[in-house]
Design a protein around this ligand. Sequence first.
Ligand code: MRU
Length: 356
Amino acid sequence: MIVTNADRMVCSVHLSEDESAVVILDQTQLPNRQVYLTLQTAEELYRAIKTLAVRGAPAIGICAGYGMYVLARRRAEEDAASFRAGLEKDGAYLVSSRPTAVNLAWAVKRMLGVVAANSGKSNAALVALLHDECIAIHDEDIRMCAGISEYGLSLVKPGDGILTHCNAGPLATSKYGTAIGPILLGKERGIEFRVFADETRPLLQGARLTSYELQRAGVDVTLICDNMASLVMKNGWVQACFVGCDRVAANGDFANKIGTSGVAILAKHYGIPFYTLGPASTIDLDCPTGADITIEEREPEEIKTMWYREPMALPEVKCYNPSFDVTDHELLTAIVTDRGVVYPPFDVNLKKLFEK
Ligand code: MRU
């Protein structure tokens, strides 16, 4: 698959034309406003990731790749030692913005790896190499999403009901998306599905982003509150669950948006296949099990005040707001990657995927 600059420019994250900035579609403003942000400094990049203006594991990785390139350009006039040390510092700072999605640390490590592998090169030469690397990260994601979409499409039948949680569509990735990819690819080929989108408390990615993407693409989408998934499954309306992933451990446990593991438990109860779909960059073989994944905790305001005209709880009420949960690999039917569909035993088969 040949990826062109036009393919990159329509993605929710891309480089500005003069390459001095990362441009992102501010996902916090959707579905009501399409606002683009131009990120030039490490602080602006950190803030965009932290506040979820750019979100979704692969999109964060792409943003970090482009971000490191933009920051390298800004440091190009520094002496060689400051350039290298400065980029290390920028990378660590960006990685600290969100701990759970492995794609962020993976992309930064990959960019810093280019610098480390080219010790004798000038700053200008390194900047040129970093340019090629961040473009490669983006292009690979576009190709990986296309591959995942093909494999995912082979797992469902025309007319099936598919339940999804959070947002793993084009906004969170590039082009088709991961969990939403098979649905959009199917649509392109005249294959229709009925999609149930969990609204995804507390940040409503399902309502604000998934139902927006699918409705605009002409897909039959029904928005439900998270606590309605059980009834929808019991009614026989769901033939498969497709969700994204932020980090897949070596044993197949995976972190995804809070609420995902509850959906997996329900799916098991009703005998519905449950799939996570993600690129190889989301698989972390250095992480043995789900217990080794750091789970991000966020502010109580997301639960108590964010979407309401008036607070919905007393200010002194304690809140627990983990942003992700870990789904046990035993609840998982298969992991759909760009390299193929991985079935249990995941500890053996995930390793094989990287040996191929
Ligand atoms: O906190 P978010 O909105 O970044 O969480 C995103 C998810 O959990 C997605 O399902 C995941 O990143 C996969 S995106 C293809």
